[in-house]
Ligand binder design. Structure first.
Ligand SMILES: [Zn+2]
Length: 245
């Protein structure tokens, strides 16, 4: 399995970093996990053929994880993609379809079939992928309930299992506790180190994970702890770098 991290930025735009996006490839499949701003240009940089992607998975609807999706869809259309593309969303697929129309993106005109599906169904087609609902969006609960909004507070972490080892992508989290069982024993964990507190990142040492890649712009106290207490399991994720399991 090859894991190429296309965006290591956080929710704050950064001159050097793209927003969250990971290209995950096995011998037979190619997935894009999140589609933050910069994803289309990154795919052009690596000259990925237009028919290569099997599916795009979106973990939650924060802009830094979805902001590149319109340009990605438009690029694949203009490149003349022919193969069906599956786009898995965390919630509200019908409103997403309406939003495409709002932006004058009409899948009927594409040469490819764009299947928009709930992320909860991803393992029906791709049994090697599993998902875990995490605690990232729970802080909005009061606001959403008090205003009777349709947001479903659905944020997910993703796992790709393989005989060589599992890759887990936490996406954004409040706490690593919310994915403890899901991440335990993974070969490689790509983890949000911008939101969870240092103690939450330290806890990952006890989960039997071989490699912990810190992304989403590390908290300063986490960086300081790592520089003072080097641990070969922890590395800052490097944008553009390819990691192999
Ligand atoms: Zn984020």
């Amino acid at each position: 399995m090859q894991i190429r991290i296309l965006g290591t930025g956080s929710g704050m735009p950064n001159q050097e970093l793209n927003n969250s996006c990971v290209l995950v490839q096995t011998d037979s499949r190619t997935f894009l996990w999140d589609a933050g701003e910069g994803c289309s240009r990154s795919l052009l940089d690596i000259q990925m053929p237009e028919n290569e992607l099997d599916a795009v998975l979106i973990t939650h609807f924060h802009p830094d994880h979805i902001s590149g999706i319109l340009m990605l869809i438009q690029m694949l259309y203009l490149q003349g993609r022919k193969r069906e593309l599956r786009l898995y969303l965390p919630e509200r697929e019908n409103e997403f379809r309406a939003m495409l129309q709002f932006f004058y993106i009409f899948p009927k005109r594409f040469d490819f079939d764009l299947q928009i599906l709930p992320l909860s169904r991803v393992s029906e087609e791709f049994p090697e992928i599993s998902i875990c609902k995490n605690d990232h969006l729970l802080g909005y609960k009061d606001l959403i309930e008090s205003h009777n909004l349709p947001n479903e507070l659905r944020a997910f972490s993703l796992k790709l299992s393989s005989p060589q080892g599992d890759f887990v992508y936490s996406s954004d989290l409040q706490t690593t506790d919310s994915i403890a069982d899901f991440a335990r024993g993974a070969h490689t964990l790509l983890v949000d180190s911008g939101h969870p507190e240092l103690q939450q990142i330290q806890k990952l040492r006890d989960y039997g994970i071989k490699r912990i890649l810190l992304t989403h712009e590390c908290r300063p106290e986490t960086k300081k702890w790592l520089s003072e207490n080097p641990d070969s399991r922890y590395q800052e994720a490097i944008q553009g770098h390819k990691y192999v399991i």
